[in-house]
Design a protein around this ligand. Structure first.
Ligand SMILES: C=C(O[C@@H]1C=C(C(=O)O)C=C[C@H]1O)C(=O)O
Length: 281
């Protein structure tokens, strides 16, 4: 690294501002050039039946590359938020979409999260219930829906409404780059109409209906890299949202449940997402 200039040889403020103007003009040119590439990409990229241009596997790997490359004094929080806006907006430019959010657990953190991940050009549509979000996505051309992923939210077993071949599916878990003190770090699942061949299946998600909770369930699942992410009871028993690596077969999952004596009366795939990525601290 070059030595810091001695005070006598420091550039003038005008010199430095000229450098900043040069860099700003370059960044703006690059963004406009990126836009021209997107114009061509629209013609090349296969349109999905889902109507959405969002490719969560590609975005997860772009964000991971960004995080691994970043160094210097500019906080990564800022870099990530800039890129989320760039990528989400260029997705919107390809095929306009809105983000429907379940705010039954509170609007403020949900709004922050959605604005961070999708920016301000993409419309944010709050709904009071999970059902309203799922219905809005199911009836849209290519909109996304967002739900809190952490247990304890007031929405009940919202994920059961994703079971079935034509129902919307989970396609991403955000944030893509996890870390303590993330400025919009509330974990959320993102749904869309099924995206089939564009889906990334590092982690596959299942809705399980079981008779009741059993001691040893989490450790048994953990041994195969799986986990219960959420649970909620209803009249028929206990609903679990289980995340398992794509390499774990349904048979293996069922065998683990049977080994614990857990009676499973329903198991259905409700989506998938990219491997979670955590910034080393
Ligand atoms: C450009 C694409 O479409 C979307 C926009 C992206 C971007 O702006 O980099 C990346 C992934 C997609 O969600 C693509 O599919 O590559």
């Amino acid at each position: 690294m070059a030595d810091a200039p001695s005070p006598g040889s420091l550039p003038t403020l005008d010199d430095l501002r000229r450098e900043i103007d040069r860099i700003d003009a370059g960044m703006h040119e690059f963004l406009m050039e990126r836009g021209r590439i997107i114009d061509t990409l629209i013609q090349v990229k296969k349109t999905q039946a889902s109507g959405s241009a969002f490719r969560p596997g590609r975005e997860a790997s772009q964000m991971r590359v960004l995080a691994e490359r970043h160094k210097g004094t500019l906080p990564f929080d800022t870099v990530e938020s800039i890129w989320r806006i760039i990528v989400s907006t260029f997705t919107y430019v390809q095929a306009p979409y809105a983000v429907h959010a379940d705010i039954s657990g509170g609007d403020a953190p949900m709004r922050d999260t959605c604005r961070f991940h999708f920016g301000f050009t993409v419309p944010y549509m709050p709904h009071d219930s999970a059902k309203a979000v799922i219905d809005a996505v199911a009836h849209s051309a290519g909109d996304l829906g967002v739900f809190r992923a952490e247990p304890g939210r007031a929405a009940g077993a919202w994920w059961t409404a994703l079971a079935g071949p034509d129902r919307p599916k989970i396609i991403a878990r955000l944030p893509f780059v996890e870390r303590p003190q993330h400025p919009a770090g509330m974990p959320v699942y993102c749904i869309s109409k099924p995206i089939e061949d564009a889906a990334v299946r590092d982690i596959v998600l299942y809705a399980l209906g079981v008779e009741r909770w059993r001691e040893g369930l989490q450790p048994a699942l953990a041994r195969m890299g799986a986990s219960v992410e959420s649970s909620a009871g209803d009249d028929s028993g206990l609903n679990l949202l289980v995340a398992a690596p794509g390499s774990v077969t349904l048979d293996a999952l069922m065998a683990a449940m049977a080994g614990l004596g857990v009676g499973v009366f329903d198991i259905r795939e409700i989506g998938s997402h990219a491997a979670r990525f955590r910034l080393p601290t």
